[in-house]
Design a protein around this ligand. Structure first.
Ligand code: GLV
Length: 352
């Protein structure tokens, strides 16, 4: 008798070429609505499934994982996997995969788009024109900040941080990376440009965040960090919202402790802090880091190939490794207080 095909839950509409790959090896249960499946629905629909393709807004916690009684692979269409209880998955022998590398370019591009938008006041200028408030060119109207000769401080020296740094010379900027205590940012391209976090904050004109979301990176940018930044500096976040304490950021903007911010991610998406919405010197975009047609198609394809590999008994292409050390939350908070989150690289860091 031919064994039944394994079933795979796909929580979002995906390109048909991607679904065709899955169809060749399994039965697809496709969630076609734009809204996330509720926690309850996720649990119910995972029963009997051997694989799931999900996105970062799906909360794959221990209860969901336990509901997947036949589950063998969880493939997230994202580089960050902070929405998945990877320890619970590992305990049950379930492979977790993500989509590193393929979104590095798109996310680095969006980071530069935000740097340029906020330093040259593009959102503000657009709003002036659209509300009919532009009365013509004047010599000192809407002056921005030039990038040439300035310092770009990058926190998180993973793939995306390095890709952002690589562009800096084209704008005449010097890129520096934040150092970890007891360790360097390795790689020849960064060897000459590593500063302790506090020094990076004190001396950079633009600070850009590219760390994965972990206990030790939650609120890495808090009041203390913001108070160290130059009054003329800008903060850019394309990593994960909770890396920045949003209330502290609003405070810093109100107190004019920094010059502005460019944000792609928020603490409580899709909600955005009122204090950010009302500020002209903040450029806000709705979590678009990897949102190009090309990149999303490649991400979905990689997720599907991961599922097919595992269901066919082959090793996953881009498996997530458990964050090394399995450190406790308390240890993470202590490290943050010591001055910098010791960001270890795993294959799946948002690295962002
Ligand atoms: C998106 O935020 C991702 O982690 O890929």
């Amino acid at each position: 008798m031919v064994p039944p095909k394994p079933a795979v839950l796909v929580t979002r509409r995906m390109p048909s070429a991607v679904l065709a790959q899955l169809d060749a090896v399994g039965e697809i249960d496709l969630h076609t609505e734009p809204d996330d499946l509720t926690h309850e629905a996720l649990c119910a629909r995972l029963r009997g499934k051997q694989g799931i393709i999900c996105v970062f807004t799906d909360r794959i916690d221990a209860a969901v994982i336990a509901a997947g009684d036949q589950l063998r692979v969880i493939a997230t269409v994202a580089v960050g996997f902070d929405n998945i209880d990877v320890t619970a998955a590992a305990t049950r022998g379930i492979v977790v995969t993500n989509t590193p590398n393929v979104l590095t370019g798109a996310t680095a591009e969006l980071t530069w788009a935000l740097i340029l938008a906020v330093t040259r006041r593009l959102g503000e200028g657009e709003r002036v024109i659209r509300r009919g408030a532009w009365s013509g060119w004047t010599f000192d109207f809407m002056l921005g900040t030039e990038l040439r000769g300035k310092q770009l401080g990058i926190i998180g020296a993973g793939r995306i941080g390095r890709a952002v740094a690589a562009v800096a010379p084209a704008f005449g900027m010097r890129a520096v990376f934040a150092a970890r205590p007891g360790g360097d940012v390795s790689g020849p391209e960064t060897a000459a440009a590593v500063l302790p976090l506090d020094q990076l904050l004190l001396s950079s004109d633009v600070v850009s965040l590219h760390v994965p979301m972990r206990a030790e990176t939650r609120h890495l940018i808090d009041r203390r960090a913001l108070a160290r930044m130059k009054r003329s500096a800008f903060l850019i976040n394309t990593s994960r919202g909770p890396v920045v304490d949003e209330a502290a950021l609003v405070w810093a903007l109100e107190e004019r402790l920094i010059a502005g911010a460019g944000l792609d991610v928020y603490e409580r998406e899709p909600r955005v802090h009122e204090g950010l919405l009302s500020r002209e010197n903040v450029c806000l975009v709705p979590h678009l880091g990897s949102a190009t047609r090309e990149t999303r198609a490649t991400m979905a394809d990689l997720a599907a190939r991961n599922v097919v590999a595992v269901l066919c008994g082959r090793p996953a292409i881009t498996p997530v490794r458990l964050p090394t050390g399995g450190r406790s939350q308390t240890a993470g908070v202590r490290r943050k207080q010591e001055g910098f989150a010791s960001i270890r690289r795993t294959s799946g860091d948002t690295e962002s």
